[in-house]
Design a protein. Structure first.
Length: 291
């Protein structure tokens, strides 16, 4: 069976995310290791790191992955922004390694004032530089397939193939597929035929073995909209059937499948329970689809 989980808050300290995952009956977990909207990151105290790692081991929640900051853009044509992005991504890799995480999910980047080819080249060069200075790390960099808003790269499978080829097929590079992004980018996984064709195409261009994580989100916007708006499971343009097919696809058995759906997460709800009620509802919906 796939390992179901969610992206959960680190408010109150990193170990609290593990507590929330346990309360929500998560098998797997995604976190930020720092504020996603800030460049600066507070140092990780050794006692907090130790408690986080101990709680992960005690609960058996795995894999645990991080998502990188939304500010990072390795495809930026502006040299100062790109240098800042490289430094920030390097720091996030180091934080994830310190915490013993299995992967760091990252949006490839946006080419802004350049073009697709120059943007992909900048991303590949940046990742190659980071990997050279971190040889032998167990942690994988997971390129997230995007919805294709604006000048975002990574919304075509060809983009992911190009990046992996330019990194010489490094086994430290994996892929994260998001169901909302697939639909928004124009991959119609709503029908059985469309689902089969989408993954046949992915296998041909990238290889199914590169998929290490799924994000499970319905979409507020229709196929090909290239607009990234997540919705609760079964309440959007995807509906229930794509999730049923994915959850029961033997090719993806054992992979983490993580919610990034809207939350009720408020100070009041956190005081009452570690479990977000919408996460609990979406996880229950997913589990009813398992055969």
């Amino acid at each position: 069976m796939p390992r179901l989980g969610a992206h959960l808050s680190i408010a109150g300290g990193l170990p609290r995310a593990v507590d929330r995952a346990q309360a929500s009956r998560c098998d797997a977990l995604q976190i930020f290791t720092k504020s996603a909207g800030q460049w600066r990151a507070r140092p990780l105290p050794p006692d907090e790191v130790a408690l986080f790692r101990r709680r992960v081991e005690e609960t058996g929640i795995h894999p645990v992955v991080a998502h990188n900051s939304y500010l990072i853009n390795l495809a930026a044509a502006d040299t100062a922004l790109r240098a800042q992005s490289l430094a920030a991504l390097g720091e996030e890799l180091d934080r994830a390694r310190l915490l013993g995480l299995d992967g760091l999910v990252m949006h490839p980047g946006s080419y802004t004032t350049g073009d697709v080819e120059s943007g992909l080249q900048l991303i590949a060069e940046g990742l190659a530089e980071l990997l050279r200075t971190r040889r032998g790390m167990r942690l994988r960099i997971l390129l997230e397939h995007t919805a294709g808003q604006g000048t975002n790269l990574g919304h075509r499978f060809e983009h992911l193939r190009t990046l992996i080829e330019r990194l010489n097929g490094s086994d430290q590079i994996g892929v994260c597929l998001d169901t909302c992004h697939l639909l928004a980018a124009g991959y119609d996984v709503c029908t059985e035929a469309g689902y089969r064709e989408t993954f046949r195409e992915f296998d041909r261009l990238v290889g199914l073995d590169r998929i290490k994580v799924f994000h499970l989100n319905d979409s507020k916007k229709p196929c090909g909209s290239r607009v990234d708006r997540h919705e609760h499971i079964g309440k959007g343009c995807l509906g229930i059937e794509p999730f049923r097919m994915l959850l029961n696809d033997p090719r993806f058995a054992g992979l983490p499948m993580l919610l990034e759906t809207p939350k009720l997460d408020t100070p009041e709800s956190r005081r009452k329970s570690d479990a977000d009620p919408w996460d609990a509802r979406n996880l229950r919906t997913l589990r009813t689809l398992l055969r």
